[in-house]
Ligand binder design. Sequence first.
Ligand SMILES: NC(=O)c1ccc[n+]([C@@H]2O[C@H](COP(=O)([O-])OP(=O)(O)OC[C@H]3O[C@@H](n4cnc5c(N)ncnc54)[C@H](O)[C@@H]3O)[C@@H](O)[C@H]2O)c1
Length: 265
Amino acid sequence: MSIDLHNRRAVVTGAASGFGKAVTHELLRSGATVVATDVDTDGLTRLTDEANTDALRTERLDVGDATSWTALIADAGPFDLAILNAGVATHHIRPEGALPVLGLDTERYRTVMSANIDGVVFGTQAVLEHMTATGFGDIIVTASVAGLVPIAPDPVYGLTKHAVVGFVRSLASALDQHAEPLDIHISAICPGFADTAILPDDAKVNLQALGVELLTAERVAETMMRAIKERTNGAQWVVWGGYEDEQYEWNQIRPLIPAFVAGEQ
Ligand SMILES: NC(=O)c1ccc[n+]([C@@H]2O[C@H](COP(=O)([O-])OP(=O)(O)OC[C@H]3O[C@@H](n4cnc5c(N)ncnc54)[C@H](O)[C@@H]3O)[C@@H](O)[C@H]2O)c1
């Protein structure tokens, strides 16, 4: 996708692998200056070697740590483009036949909530201050189709991705309703199953046996670039192997509190 991002300063989370790495390469190709972050510093070193450009800087950042976000902004910010993409699944081992939530230990639960939910909220807070000061910016959040439909094998992952979709839709609505017009957009990417490290190998084999076409990271990065280009506030971009990208449409229900629903001011 051709898009000119010269003069744009981007931060990417979860950039050492998968979608984050693929979109970092796309952003660099489009002329952006990128600060790529992750907890996996070896992966960041590999990314630096691959990209081989001064337009890329890498920083270790645990997205669930608000203090580290403050330090990142002070040291490497500000940013007018944020790709809040880092995430983990629960991957907990459960006894044969047991329901998935049973046996998920508290530490793993907190790790997943921290990366998938805190990381998006803290990241948004960190970049939004500068964006609101200038009145301009874009935030792209990696959710999942698991944020739109049930995911029986991993309900806690589904919880976090539904939370992120709700956050994006609600903040988009707040941006639309802001007293002073703001040229700031937030949208979510909702990929189906993809061939990245988050998915265990046996799950990939099982999915393919069921006829599911696994997405490549590059295909998801392309949709991220499209979301940056089209700037549809509050959109949830569904990316599914073998299908065209589409924006998810919710059933319209009676506005619960009209003043707080987008378009019902
Ligand atoms: N692969 C899929 O099937 C799929 C589908 C839908 C959504 N997603 C979502 O896409 C995003 C990217 O995942 P991916 O598929 O590229 O997997 P991945 O495992 O290849 O990449 C995730 C990256 O996030 C990093 N990370 C994890 N916790 C972190 C933390 N606390 N702070 C900073 N970095 C952290 C990891 O080190 C890793 O580099 C995730 O949010 C994931 O939930 C993945």
